[in-house]
Design a protein around this ligand. Structure first.
Ligand SMILES: NC(=O)c1ccc[n+]([C@@H]2O[C@H](COP(=O)([O-])OP(=O)(O)OC[C@H]3O[C@@H](n4cnc5c(N)ncnc54)[C@H](O)[C@@H]3O)[C@@H](O)[C@H]2O)c1
Ligand SMILES: [Zn+2]
Length: 362
């Protein structure tokens, strides 16, 4: 099967996103061709390297080893970055060197921030290994870490030189992680592509069976959409907001459950349902389209419960979010399957009703 190639332009220059089954094996020669033939720091984590490092071993210089960081959101810290700086120093990396991040969004964000800041910026190659990171975090140049005070509070816009998505590696993802990424795929369908939405809705069986052609086509379509959006708004001043469809209430759900109950994508699943409900109430989205979305989300499998959660608690989080964007809540509504409407006059009452519509308490 041939690889799909998408070119993203950025302040740091254009970079290719390559998507294909088995593409990881082509990475070492590809890096040579991109001029990263000398010094590299391969960053991953132990479970991912154990599963897929074999295919990437050609990336390591003789005697070198990957820098393996701890797993999970709790590893997304400045302390982990400091450990990676040490690994850079130990290898005497210079500015022509590259960090090669092989992992999910956590590895990509941490390794990306390391590359953005070490020597004021060295090369960065993203090899995302979760569905979420392939369709979302590896593209667009946002990198960073969490502080005890909150998520993603330190970071940079720093585009990679190359992104390589090998859809084969997704076959080892726990089903729940895979499904969590799929909610983001559905999001791209709703905001931008009726064709993608239908492909997912009619292709769930092939998707969950990890059919290579199916995965390549949906990952590529999401990358195309994300690339188009970030190219129009690299520093997130406006148009990039459409990517937040389902995320206002989704983030609030994650926060009020201490980031323990939901995978991010699952919370976005609920957030999309609430936003779509509100879109229908405001006449922006047809009842039939709301039903298509809720049928699809239901068909994707069970979500953690929300019936014990209070909309009032979620509102506190949303109000805090709002302060960050200078007082106005920009809320993304669906204007159909494949289009959005951004409004800034959503009332507290509407938010509460939308959250009740997905089963939360007032
Ligand atoms: N930079 C951005 O624009 C952006 C966008 C969205 C999300 N993010 C960030 O991404 C992070 C979430 O990313 P994620 O969902 O990929 O989570 P993750 O990186 O924590 O990976 C999820 C789990 O899957 C495991 N895993 C990864 N690849 C695997 C594979 N192929 N087989 C088996 N197991 C595998 C990981 O070890 C981990 O346990 C968050 O920190 C979020 O803030 C960043
Ligand atoms: Zn998201």
């Amino acid at each position: 099967m041939s690889m799909t190639r998408i070119t993203v332009t950025s302040e740091r220059g254009p970079y290719p996103v390559l998507i294909g089954s088995g593409s990881l094996a082509t990475l070492p020669p590809l890096l040579d061709r991109h001029g990263f033939d000398k010094q590299r720091l391969v960053v991953s984590s132990a479970p991912i390297w154990r599963l897929h490092g074999g295919r990437a071993r050609g990336l390591l210089a003789r005697g070198d080893r990957p820098a393996l960081m701890a797993v999970g959101e709790r590893a997304k810290t400045l302390a982990t970055v400091a450990g990676l700086y040490d690994a850079c120093v130990k290898r005497t990396l210079d500015r022509a060197a590259a960090v090669v991040a092989i992992g999910g969004g956590v590895v990509g964000d941490v390794a990306g921030f390391t590359a953005a800041s070490y020597l004021r910026g060295i090369g960065l190659v993203q090899v995302p290994t979760t569905l979420l990171s392939q369709v979302d975090s590896a593209i667009g140049g946002k990198v960073g870490v969490n502080l005890p005070a909150g998520k993603n509070l330190v970071g940079a816009f720093y585009s990679p030189s190359l992104v390589l998505c090998d859809t084969d590696v997704l076959s080892t993802l726990p089903r729940r992680e895979f499904r969590a990424g799929l909610y983001e795929v559905v999001k791209y369908g709703v905001i931008s592509s009726p064709k993608l939405f239908t492909r997912v809705a009619t292709g769930l069986e092939a998707i969950f069976a990890h059919d290579p052609a199916m995965l390549q086509s949906i990952v590529a379509e999401c990358c195309r959409i994300k690339a188009r959006v970030v190219m129009s708004d690299e520093r997130e001043s406006g148009p990039r907001r459409v990517l937040n469809f389902g995320h206002t209430i989704g983030h609030a759900l994650e926060a009020i459950t201490g980031y323990r109950r939901f995978r991010h994508g699952e919370a976005v699943g609920y957030g999309m349902l609430a936003a779509a409900w509100l879109s229908t109430r405001r006449g922006a989205l047809a009842e039939a389209d709301l039903a298509r979305l809720s049928d699809l989300i239901e068909a994707m499998g069970p979500l953690p419960r929300v019936t014990d959660l209070r909309a009032a608690d979620a509102l506190d989080v949303i109000a805090r979010d709002k302060k960050v964007v200078s007082g106005r809540l920009h809320f993304v509504l669906a204007g159909g399957i494949g289009s959005t409407v951004i409004v800034s006059d959503v009332t507290t009452r509407e938010l509460v009703l939308a959250m009740q519509a997905i089963g939360m308490q007032a």
